[in-house]
Design a protein around this ligand. Sequence first.
Ligand code: ADP
Ligand code: MG
Length: 137
Amino acid sequence: MAKQRTLSIIKPDATSRNLCGKILNHFEEAGLSIVAARMMTLTPEQAGQFYIIHKDRPFYGELIDYMCSGRVLVSVLEGEDAVNCNRTLMGATDPKKADKGTIRALYAESIAANAVHGSDSAENAAVEIALFFPELK
Ligand code: ADP
Ligand code: MG
């Protein structure tokens, strides 16, 4: 499979516990390269736009508040099958169901504060990357 890109976000629960280095290490150890990265605090508008697909879910308001509650490290990861590779490294949304050794099993606090975001398809990865890194070619 050809090289692919995906968007990763290290969420506020993880940045606040100084886990960026440990989490980025999972990506690099798996052969994913960090081709862009930005530490930032999302505005409610940015978080709301980013998670617009979940706007009708009951946890949407809580999700936006949480994503704006501290710094996030947004990055673009590149490598073979990057989207699926990152999803495998992350583990299931609910850390109680995440496979042993995955980022969420190791570091997530709850189904809401679950340490990382990763694009779920190549199509969504392109949209998410353009949202944060429009300058990236
Ligand atoms: P994933 O991040 O694994 O792709 P989803 O796209 O389904 O998961 O959900 C987006 C984010 O919304 C999750 O990562 C988590 O932060 C939050 N979330 C998902 N389900 C719940 C829930 N039942 N209660 C609270 N927050 C949730
Ligand atoms: Mg998702």
